[in-house]
Design a protein around this ligand. Structure first.
Ligand code: EPZ
Length: 427
């Protein structure tokens, strides 16, 4: 099993290119199921989750070809509208195939995703919404068995803001009979990018990016070429790492307009940030003590502070000047990184969904274990900060959502190497 070995204490300096957004790529790959002519996605991130989704789609009958600028998905025929447990258990975003399969084929069998390290993560909103559109859904032998001769437009209000729930129903509604109104919909930039892709494919969508989205069903969608937006969480992760190591970096192919809450918080810690249309430059604060200022954060649905950046900011907080408070409101157990940070010398108390982090003078390297994707990123940042060597185990979590992270960090001057079984994740 691969590990990462990091020698900390180097400020990150230089330039790094931001990859396409994982959480936009995954629904947009599934959007290919809605069209009998090929969808081309540019700026495809080379991630394990993307490869898993492509495997799932090809097993359904989608013809997938990779080229230097992205991937072509040809869903002319869908032989097998099934998402098997073996794949779904490795990537819960497989649920995003449910809506498109129902809309295009009138049936779908998708394994129920299990829980995960950060929470129960039910999919009741996906099911309720599709039932409201006329789908008949049974839960049998661990599978969601769904069928619908023709989905019908409906007015559905989410009980809780759900990103993939919104995306699933948005895709299903594009081919439904009549108009669908989604209330309390997610406003994340990845939802907006999916809507942009669907609209280019011929869908009629209004209000994406707001909590009310209206979709007028059409009889068919067609293929198109679409460029995936930059990954705002990868961007935030590199910025937090640069701030935490008091470095100076430039993100290329980045989009500052979808990162306001993260940039605002980093500025509060003392970092200096400048942005252009497609770059973000951060210079770590250089106050006398060379420390970041402590801060408070509360995660919230977009445009609030993203839960996917909570763990990375906690790493920064461990050596800040003062006590920081981080409150996680989206997932019920997204604090698994706390115990690992304490192994590196952090001073953190957790009470329910609130973590209080008292800044210490330094972290010291140790062996730690990744538990989930963003917790892994947190430990990488902590390892870059720590004195001495840090070894991070189970980094397969990291490969799910960060493209070539050790190459990108080495390019910024970090002393980091992958050791263990396989070479770096490729292709
Ligand atoms: C998406 O997950 C992202 N994944 C997550 O990113 C992200 O953390 C999350 O949104 C929140 O922003 C993808 O887009 C592939 P939710 P999703 O449905 O859609 C509850 C990462 O690190 N809920 O918005 O699964 C749920 O339990 C990943 O890249 C229900 O109760 O999250 C949670 O408490 C991690 N019933 C809250 O809503 C449902 O049917 C938000 O979940 C659905 C969700």
């Amino acid at each position: 099993m691969d590990k990462l070995k990091i020698k900390g204490g180097q400020p990150l300096t230089g330039e790094v290119r931001i990859s396409g957004a994982k959480n936009a790529a995954l629904p947009e790959l599934c959007a290919a199921l809605l069209s009998a002519t090929p969808l081309v996605l540019h700026n495809r991130p080379q991630l394990n989750d993307v490869r898993t989704m492509e495997t799932l789609l090809s097993q359904m009958g989608v013809k997938i070809t990779h080229h230097d600028v992205g991937v072509t998905l040809d869903a002319a025929t869908i032989d097998w509208p099934l998402a098997p447990y073996e794949l779904v258990k490795t990537m819960r975003a497989s649920i995003l195939a449910l809506g498109p399969l129902l809309a295009r084929c009138g049936e779908a069998r998708v394994s129920m995703p299990g829980g995960c390290a950060i929470g129960l993560r039910p999919v009741d909103q996906h099911i309720k919404g599709l039932q409201a559109m006329g789908a008949v859904i049974d839960l049998e032998h661990g599978y969601i068995a769904a069928r619908a001769v023709k989905l019908k437009g409906t007015h559905f209000s989410f009980d809780v803001v759900s990103v993939t729930g919104t995306e699933n129903l948005l895709m299903a509604a594009t081919l439904a009979d009549g108009v669908t109104v989604l209330d309390n919909a997610a406003c994340e930039p990845e939802v907006v990018d999916l809507a942009r892709c669907l609209t280019a494919m011929g869908a009629k969508i209004r209000g994406a990016g707001t909590s009310r989205i209206e979709i007028e069903g059409v009889t068919a969608l067609h293929g198109v070429e679409h460029r995936i937006i930059p990954d705002r969480i990868e961007s935030g992760t590199f910025l937090a790492a640069a701030a935490a190591t008091r470095g100076e970096i430039v993100l290329r192919d980045a989009d500052a307009t979808i990162l306001d809450s993260v940039l605002d918080l980093l500025r509060c810690t003392g970092a200096h940030i400048e942005t252009t249309k497609d770059t973000i430059t951060l210079r770590g604060g250089n106050d006398a003590a060379g420390k970041s200022k402590a801060f408070d954060l509360v995660t919230a649905p977009y445009p609030g502070f993203p839960t996917d950046m909570q763990a990375q900011m906690m790493a920064l907080a461990t050596c800040a000047d003062g006590t920081s408070t981080l409150i996680e409101t989206i997932f019920e157990s997204r604090m698994m990184h706390v115990q690992e940070l304490k192994r590196l010398g952090a001073d953190i108390d957790v009470d329910g969904n609130t973590a209080r982090v008292r800044g210490v003078s330094k972290l010291s390297g140790a062996t730690v274990m990744a538990t989930d994707l963003r917790a892994s990123a947190c430990l990488v940042i902590a390892g870059l900060m720590a004195e001495g060597e840090t070894t991070i185990d189970r980094i397969y979590h990291l490969d799910r959502g960060y493209e070539k992270i050790e190459e990108k960090l080495s390019g910024l001057g970090a002393s980091i190497q992958r050791v263990g079984g396989s070479a770096a994740a490729k292709g």
